[in-house]
Design a protein around this ligand. Sequence first.
Ligand SMILES: [Zn+2]
Length: 325
Amino acid sequence: MHAQTALPDFVEPLPHGVYVVDTGFHRPRFDASFLIVDRGRAAFIDTGTNRSVPRLLAALDALGLHRDAVDYVIPTHVHLDHAGGVALLMEHLPGARVVVHPRGARHMIDPSRLMAGATAVYGAEEMERSYGDVRGVPAERVLSSADGMTLALGGRELAFLDTPGHARHHHAIWDAASQGVYTGDTFGLSYRELDTEAGPWIMPTSTPVQFDPVAMRRSIEKILALQPTWLYLTHYSRVGEPERLAALLLGQLDRMVALARSVDQACPPGAERHAALMQGLEAIHWKSLQAHGSPLSRTEVDELLALDLELNAQGIGVWLDRQRA
Ligand SMILES: [Zn+2]
């Protein structure tokens, strides 16, 4: 440990030795990395992209933590806004191991298939702009999680849960010391711009290509069964009231599935179906936000959710095609 300095504005301290680092990906307060510090030992949960790594290192510096104080780098899943910076970060952390879901491990070691998949979704230009050159992590530095596995970090314990639904390579992490679960994308998206007097609002994320609504519901229920006080969402940060948020999330998930089935009856796969899904999703979330008392205009909401609506519509399309196959 060396002297702690003032925290940069992109690092926010939470109770229980948890810090949320705004990775800067896409827009402010969109994409989080969580830094857990316990008795001088540290772990990152999610990293943002390669472009986020200087912020993660600056957070360590500001907290007076040497780079060999980091024991674990834990992507919740291998989508690039969560894991794109893992390999580059690891090059700076000599004592750390990557802890990843067993279905994601090979993609951390050799990211070529992951990059090809992401390029199919985002296009080559956006890949270079947002993600840069994603390298692999040496295999001996990668540890696969298992459902129920625990790891010690300083004086606390982190427990891993298999949580498919958003992606099959997704685990969540139960942190008993803070009574919180790091949920990645399994427990949806909750942007602070959409908070009202009723508290935070939340919506599901069905990003391509492994969305599975049945598994998502089961994973949400599995997280709730731990009776957490807090949920640490990568998009974005810590929220309370897990039961209320789960009801909001599952209600919208049911409406998304009903929409998908009715659009699938009306349109074959293609641009028309995608447009109908986009329009239907927008209406579902807008209606939910109205009930939540959001004062934002429909245009403001559409702008804020533009990327998520696009990805959710794409992911539901892939799911429908898989159902047909
Ligand atoms: Zn994701």
